[in-house]
Design a protein around this ligand. Structure first.
Ligand code: 13P
Length: 255
């Protein structure tokens, strides 16, 4: 099963509209030419979604997504953005259950399940983020935590819905800390995630699902992580803010 690698930039709460065209000019100069087998995605803050959709229009290997969504289509939910509103900008993806959302904004497995379904109903491709805290890893429950997060969110999807799911394994202790998972540990968790996906959907669908690694991915550690058989891409925070750094990670994916 050949899965195209997906290298994704999560800009979190960074950048302004004035930065977008300079970013893509620099990225275009620094990044290798788009090629089959490597895709890129950008997750900017909501106010920049349309500008990034415009900046990437016509690029077959690029897609854009929101960083979260509400599970209702509309309503009196001040400050929230629905999956349909994200789709309306021309974006194709949305992150669901990023650990910062879980830890700082009270998202639970239950709300992640609702958001995942709302994203699918709006025609988006959700990227479900899972990952254990340091305490959970030290307690030896990393695998159980990740598999619980995955099962609670993704159980009961139709075949077509499962086919639109991407998973990002982001150990919380590796996010923004400069510490990455050992490539072997990442591979072990990715393989476990794929096994569970096979039971939740089918071995064929699980074999085609991209499982990205996230957590302090940098130009100098990307190649070894992306070289693991079940690591199908990277979800990059800090290093994606610099177009040259992000281009170098894309280059690592291109081999
Ligand atoms: P860093 O790459 O800054 O560790 O962030 C990872 C992340 O949270 C991507 O979603």
């Amino acid at each position: 099963m050949i899965r195209p690698l997906l290298v994704a930039a999560n800009w979190k709460m960074h950048k302004s509209s004035a930065d977008v065209s300079a970013y893509f000019d620099a990225f275009d100069r620094a990044a290798p030419a788009p090629r089959a087998g490597v895709e890129v995605a950008f997750f900017p803050p909501f106010p920049l979604l349309e500008a990034v959709v415009r900046a990437t229009r016509g690029r077959r290997h690029a897609s854009v997504g929101g960083q979260t969504c509400h599970w209702q289509a509309q309503g009196a939910f001040t400050g929230e953005v629905s999956a349909g509103m994200i789709a309306d900008t021309g974006a194709r993806r949305v992150l669901v259950g990023h650990s910062e959302r879980r830890q700082l904004f009270g998202e639970t497995d239950e709300t992640c399940a609702l958001k995942l379904r709302a994203a699918l109903a709006a025609g988006l491709e959700p990227m479900l983020c899972v990952g254990e805290t340091l305490e959970e890893r030290e307690r030896g429950s990393a695998r159980a935590v990740v598999l619980r997060q995955l099962t609670r969110a993704a159980d009961g999807l139709t075949r077509e819905e499962s086919a639109r799911l991407t998973v990002a394994y982001e150990p919380v202790w590796a996010i923004g800390t400069g510490r990455t998972a050992e490539p072997g540990d990442a591979e072990e968790m990715h393989a476990a995630i794929r096994e569970i996906l096979a039971t939740l959907s089918s071995p064929e669908t699980a074999g085609a699902t991209r499982i990205l690694y996230g957590g302090s991915v940098k130009p100098d550690n990307a190649a070894v992580l992306l070289g693991q058989p079940d690591v199908d891409g990277a979800l990059v925070g800090g290093a994606s803010l610099d177009p040259h750094g992000f281009a170098a990670i894309v280059a690592a994916a291109c081999g």
